[in-house]
Design a protein around this ligand. Sequence first.
Ligand code: PLP
Length: 312
Amino acid sequence: MITLKNIHQAAEQIADTIKETPILTSTALSSICGNNMFLKSEHLQKTGSFKIRGATNKVKKAVQEGATYVTAASSGNHGQAVAYIANVLGVPATIVVPEDATASKLNAIRDYNGRIEKCGTTSAERLPRAKQLASEKYGVFIPPYDDPYIMAGQGTVGLEVLKQLDDVDVVVVPVGGGGLVSGILTAIKETKPHVKVIGVEPETANDTYLSLEKGLITSIPGTKTIADGLRTSQPGDLTFPIVQKYLDDLVLVNEAEIQQALFFVLERMKQVIEPSSAVAVAAAMFGKLGVTDKNVACVLSGGNMDVRKLGT
Ligand SMILES: *Cc1c(COP(=O)(O)O)cnc(C)c1O
């Protein structure tokens, strides 16, 4: 398991690359939720999501150990983050993407000089290809969540929340493979154990919810949700034990709730967030947290979305 020390080391390692993102507030949102709401704004992070934190920690470590090439399997935020930091460090990156990846996502990877290889439509096809490419050229494969350096990097979000919000009571975190929440849990529970951490999944991508219920890693056959960053089919081998040990609660939101939360943040707060971020706000807006009059921080995990889809 990762430790608080790993997260402090990650914070040092990534300090010159990432931004300390702001905390936004809204009295309208607070009154709807019945809590004092604070939004940790990783949609304003470099590359548009928190993924740059873990990617930077892991890619820097790999390069320090002699890697001259990195690969990743992702069309989304992780792929962009790996391409960005590899470009900054001057090492080539190949990002293996699905055949049907949207042009806007491919362009973002290309903007960071990432090489793109298309492979299949499922992560079961992409993952082995990205690992194979890495091994052929003495490169390092950068996993999206199930890795101690990735998890420690994502955990720096938790350190910042504690620093920026001295009297926070509850932190609400979107859960995909669990890299973000396991890092945040380690940072928070090993610093201020009384602060509650609540995870959120879409009803249709409830693999971590089911795994917690059964007490072991449980895979779901498919995930159909607008929150595309949360479409993992099972929690990670390294992330899940931390979730099991520390998470106070895991709540589910439906697609309509995610959409309403996204529209609220867009319309009332003028912030472009992606559906994966909106799940945390939805949990607070629709009364799923089981707390009132508390200081609640929702992690807005990213802001990358195809804005052309708005209004259609
Ligand atoms: C990857 C991602 C998540 C989920 O993070 P995990 O570490 O896989 O749990 C949530 N939101 C956004 C925007 C993401 O890109």
